[in-house]
Write a protein of this length. Sequence first.
Length: 160
Amino acid sequence: MKIAVNTRLLIKNKLEGIGWFTYETLKRVVENHPEHEYIFLFDREPHPDFIFSSSVKPVVLKPQARHPFLWYIWFQHSVSSFLKKNKVDLFISPDGFIPTRCKTPTLNVIHDINFHHYPKGLPLLTRVYYQHFFPIFAKNATQIVTVSQYSKNDLINSYG
């Protein structure tokens, strides 16, 4: 199976919550399932520590996605085009962002929707992007994974 993974948060010496989740999860999946081909999609040159085995192929897609406008371009254009062109069997996104106009099956990890309940804790453009797109990401995902029963219930209650 050809599996593409959103690994844009794997940045050496800058891993935070979702980055650590991505690192620890993918390291184990790749080690335990070498029969699959993994394509790790980065938005900058990856550190070699993140290429866990010979079954991982790193690909850098532009632009660097560090702002809501650039998130949109990266996921809806760069990632979507890559998935179509390369006939990927599955796209995994550990940070909840997925292309919305692509027919590739998606496994979307949504950790929480705290921004839905406490929107003022985010910068305006980030808040608007999250509030607009996360319900769409949840609706369009082939499968959603979350990190707790609380988050699952919150997603169901908030997005149906």
